[in-house]
Design a protein around this ligand. Structure first.
Ligand SMILES: [Zn+2]
Length: 247
């Protein structure tokens, strides 16, 4: 596996065929979690996945579309067109060095622009396979978490993940809050209007043990989905090139 600490010479010698590119977010996460929560989570899962594929681990992007948290101190956001441009440029630079398979891991629920940009890149560069196995929400595993159904932000799931990744960053105060309105309100009003500091879920139920299990499951699921998706795409290509040869 290679990452930003590798030399260019080492990466050239290793010639990785797969790159893993995580997208994080810097935004409020209630009173007890740091603003880097989404970024740390996606970095952790990306590293686990990159290890499995002996891939080039691209530094995860810290910021993305956190506009709905608006003026909450510490929150930073990119406009959708900025995020689209960054993703396009990072993937194009990977292509220019011969990497054709890219796994994009989205660590933040509001990044709707990833779908069209990934679709556009795949159709523009048919030599590439850029996939986006589900990452956000993939943690809602009934046998690990008790309150996954009311989790939206900074609750049992995210608290557990951060207790597993970086317990030193988790503060002692835990606020529980179940939202009275649905997820669509992310599109209608800043979160501070309808949640206490972006809190939606049962943070008091979080534990490091649950977090560790969830991280293992997340890596396992993303690896499985990646293997299956690349295999299906390879099959599609083989079928279409043999059909062309016959014609
Ligand atoms: Zn989060």
């Amino acid at each position: 596996m290679w990452d930003y600490r590798s030399t260019s010479t080492e990466i050239k010698a290793g010639a990785p065929s797969v790159a893993v590119f995580g997208i994080g977010a810097i935004e409020q996460h209630s009173e007890h979690l740091p603003v880097c929560t989404d970024w740390y989570q996606v970095r952790e899962v990306s590293r686990g996945v990159a290890r499995e594929f002996n891939a080039l681990l691209v530094p995860a992007l810290p910021y993305s579309m956190s506009q709905c948290h608006g003026p909450a101190p510490g929150t930073l956001w990119l406009r959708p067109e900025t995020l689209a441009s960054v993703v396009r440029d990072v993937i194009t630079s990977l292509r220019s060095q011969g990497i054709q398979k890219v796994v994009v891991l989205n660590g933040h629920g509001g990044n709707f622009v990833l779908e069209p940009v990934i679709r556009e890149l795949n159709l523009t560069y048919p030599d590439m396979m850029i996939i986006r196995p589900l990452f956000d929400g993939g943690f809602v595993v009934a046998d690990i978490f008790e309150h996954g159904d009311v989790e939206c932000h900074a609750g049992e799931i995210e608290t557990s993940l951060m207790l597993a990744i970086s317990p030193d960053l988790v503060r002692a105060t835990r606020v529980d809050h179940v939202s009275e309105v649905g997820r669509e309100f992310f599109d209608y009003a800043f979160l501070d209007k309808w949640t206490p500091d972006g809190m939606i879920g049962i943070s008091s139920a979080g534990s490091a043990e649950k977090g560790r299990r969830a991280l293992d499951v997340a890596v396992e699921r993303v690896v499985k989905a990646t293997v299956e998706t690349f295999a299906a795409l390879e099959l599609l290509r083989r079928d279409s090139s043999s059909a062309e040869a016959e014609a």
